[in-house]
Design a protein around this ligand. Structure first.
Ligand code: C5P
Length: 243
């Protein structure tokens, strides 16, 4: 393997210096964590599936004019992406109540929300990514008001696209998380979808059976994570030949 400079290592991915300035190589590991790293396991092939799935979603977004950091897939586990300034927020969009929202508000899992709801968590592993109001984001300067408005619009466009694609293969998009980055084109900042879009960062339920096809399978010990992700990839027609 070529000697490359590691820029950052996270729980599920590694970022390396890219071949050209302004690019990075994003490597997908097989590691899964939950509860902010409290629970850990390695699932053979997960990185390969998420690399393919994230490519599929990011390419689709790029095609409909929703900008992302994705340039192209390089191999089974790596993709070339634009280097961005990551906005330190996890941007969550919810269509149905689940997870932390269901717990916080005492809602029934799966209850349809009155409309898609966008929420923000401050990205900080030490703190467990706490939910924060827009007021905090502006006051602490994590993003400007205009950025936040643009991020909400971006997140809702991603939601429309992903919901539609998933619905087409019999899957309900319950909620998902994206990260947003800033790219400078000359003097002009642009916001783009960054990181990954995969079953690690979405809740995906089979419309017919309610079967969970996302990381909750690991979080709640509901069976084989690899099988669930493979099912999503198979339905979308992006199953890699060797998994
Ligand atoms: O746990 P919670 O209900 O807040 O998660 C909402 C959505 O955001 C889920 O799809 C979950 O997988 C995703 N998420 C994530 N990374 C986090 C927190 C949540 O991808 N650190």
């Amino acid at each position: 393997a070529p000697r490359r400079k590691k820029i950052y290592e996270g729980k599920a991915k590694i970022l390396y210096e890219g071949p050209e300035p302004g690019t990075l190589v994003q490597y997908f590991k097989d590691d899964a964590t939950a509860g902010n790293g409290a629970k850990k396991e390695v699932f053979e092939g997960k990185g390969v599936l998420n690399n393919r799935l994230s490519e599929f979603f990011m390419t689709g977004l790029n095609q409909i004019g929703v900008p992302t950091h994705f340039i192209r897939r390089l191999n089974m586990r790596e993709q070339l992406v634009r280097q961005v300034e990551i906005i330190p927020l996890e941007v969550i969009v919810r269509n149905f109540a689940a997870g932390s929202m269901a717990t916080r508000l005492g809602l029934t899992e799966g209850q349809q929300l009155p409309r898609p709801i966008v929420e923000f968590c401050y990205k900080d592993d030490r703190l467990g990514d706490p939910l924060v109001p827009e007021e905090y984001i502006i006051a602490f300067g994590w993003a400007a008001q205009q950025d936040l408005d643009d991020i909400v619009a971006l997140a809702l466009r991603v939601n429309d696209f992903l919901s539609g694609v998933m619905h087409g293969v019999g899957i309900k998009l319950v909620d998902f998380k994206i990260e947003v980055g800033r790219i400078w084109d000359g003097d002009f900042p642009r916001l783009v979808v960054a990181d990954e879009i995969s079953p690690d960062s979405c809740r995906l339920w089979d419309i017919e059976t309610g079967r969970k096809l996302d990381k909750d399978v690991f979080r709640k010990d509901l069976g084989s994570l690899t099988e669930a992700y493979t099912e999503v990839a198979r339905r979308l027609g992006v199953l890699p030949s060797n998994v």
